[in-house]
Design a protein around this ligand. Structure first.
Ligand code: HEM
Length: 403
């Protein structure tokens, strides 16, 4: 069945919010409907009882900067509304202040811009090797050839685990994502394998003095005590999942965007100094995370609309990132030199992305290597988008690289 989502007047403003909680909505072109939402129903009810949709930049920011009123501990994904949340210590996304700050302070230094810069050499080598395997003129699925292996290899380097085993880590992360909606015997087996792998590494590196991430966390102290196995596993699992699919879709979505906008590619090719701004623009443009959720801890006003205690709010990052009130009349245009560019692709406030510096480094290095090797990118078929209201996923994207 083909699902079509009206952007015309036949969909009343009151029904617009119902569209966005349907994963299929995100597999098409959501932007005309998001523009209508911002204009006509910026804070509105969704099809899910008790779940509001927040689409304007200023409201997304206002909710994100007030974790006392809009908490994360009652779930951050719509599917969390239907399940009991496991009480796992250290699950950053699900912890509220002040507890959240204790864990964040522990890991923030490991992801600082200076620390992450140490990965530049190996990341460049990874990008170069993947791009070297591409034959100019041939049609390539950039998702499987580039966007899947690259972030997994970089995270492996960060953790200090063998990067050539990335297909194994891909299986682990897929099962971790699947486990969020229910644990099957197969998922349980794969997650046990992952847990055994990391706990053996931790045991081997507790006294080793290495400075990779596993060694650092294995030797870390929280209030004077070493981290427990559960906390360590939660950190490693989060890093693998959070740092993998997100960056994957920035790379694949970014490549598709540049292939579809040859003028913007030419601007970049003519002046590689624009690359850091292009990275920000591709983050804004692709918004790899579609939404995270918050729960109101008390009655509150959001964008002038009254929400009750216990109500949920779905923050739509792709919509905030195209908000004309912030990005001007050309908000719907890809502009690789855009500046300033205060996008919220990494979220905002207390839970702002821990891996932002790493993702920026990965994307910059990748673009620099790409521009150094190829003259042009061309679309070679329609990209297949994934139906998900959480991750702006691309399953397959055929492109041609011109030398
Ligand atoms: C383009 C790539 C990425 C995007 C678009 C992205 C997006 C986001 C967003 C929107 C949040 C906010 C969550 C919230 O407010 O509830 C977040 C949090 C987080 N991200 Fe990323 N992320 C990316 C890459 C990474 C990488 C590479 C890592 C680590 C290796 C990472 C680890 C995390 C963690 C641990 C959190 C939770 C932080 C907290 O709750 O304090 N992310 N990310």
């Amino acid at each position: 069945m083909t699902v079509s989502f009206g952007t015309d007047a036949s969909v009343s403003p009151g029904s617009l919010g119902a569209l966005v909680t349907d994963p299929e909505f995100w597999a098409g072109d959501p932007y005309p409907t998001l523009a209508r939402l911002r204009r006509e129903a910026p804070v509105c009810r969704s099809a899910v009882p008790g779940l509001w949709v927040v689409s304007r930049y200023r409201d997304v920011v206002a909710v994100s900067r007030d974790p006392a009123t809009f908490c994360s501990s009652r779930g951050v994904l719509p599917m969390d509304m239907e399940r009991d949340l496991p009480e796992v210590p250290g699950a950053l996304l699900y912890v509220d202040p002040p507890e959240h700050g204790r864990y964040r302070r522990l890991v923030n230094p490991l992801f600082s811009t200076a620390r992450v810069r140490r990965l530049e050499g190996t990341s460049r080598a990874r990008a170069r090797a993947l791009l070297a395997a591409i034959t100019p003129g041939e049609t390539v699925d950039v998702v499987s050839a580039l966007a899947v292996p690259y972030p997994l290899q970089v995270i492996a380097d960060l953790l200090g685990i063998p990067a050539d085993e990335w297909p194994r880590y891909a299986v682990w992360t897929d099962h971790m994502v699947a486990a969020a909606s229910g644990v099957t015997p197969d998922t349980a087996r794969v997650l046990a394998e992952m847990s055994d792998f990391f706990l053996a590494l931790v045991a081997a590196r507790r006294d080793g003095g290495g400075d990779d991430l596993v060694s650092t966390l294995a030797q870390a102290r929280l209030d004077g005590a070493p981290l427990g196995d559960g906390e360590l596993m939660m950190f490693f699992g989060q890093l693998l999942v959070a740092g993998n699919e997100t960056t994957r879709n920035l790379i694949s979505g970014g490549l598709v965007a540049l292939a579809e906008h040859p003028d913007e590619w030419s601007r970049l090719a003519a002046d590689p100094g624009v690359v850091p701004r292009a990275v920000e623009e591709l983050l804004r443009w692709t918004s790899p995370v579609i939404s995270f959720m918050r729960t109101a801890t008390r009655p509150a006003l959001v964008g002038g609309v009254e929400v009750g205690a216990g109500d949920r709010l779905l923050l739509l990052y792709p919509s905030a990132n195209r908000d004309e009130a912030v990005f001007g009349p050309d908000a719907e245009r890809l502009d690789v030199g855009r500046h300033p560019n205060p996008h919220v692709a990494f979220g905002y406030g207390e839970h702002v992305c821990l891996g932002a510096a790493l993702a920026r480094l990965e994307a910059r290095v990748f673009l620099e290597e790409l521009l150094g090797r190829f003259r042009l990118l061309e679309p070679a078929g329609k990209p297949e988008r994934r139906a998900s209201e959480v991750i702006a996923g691309i399953r397959r994207a055929p492109l041609r690289f011109v030398a």
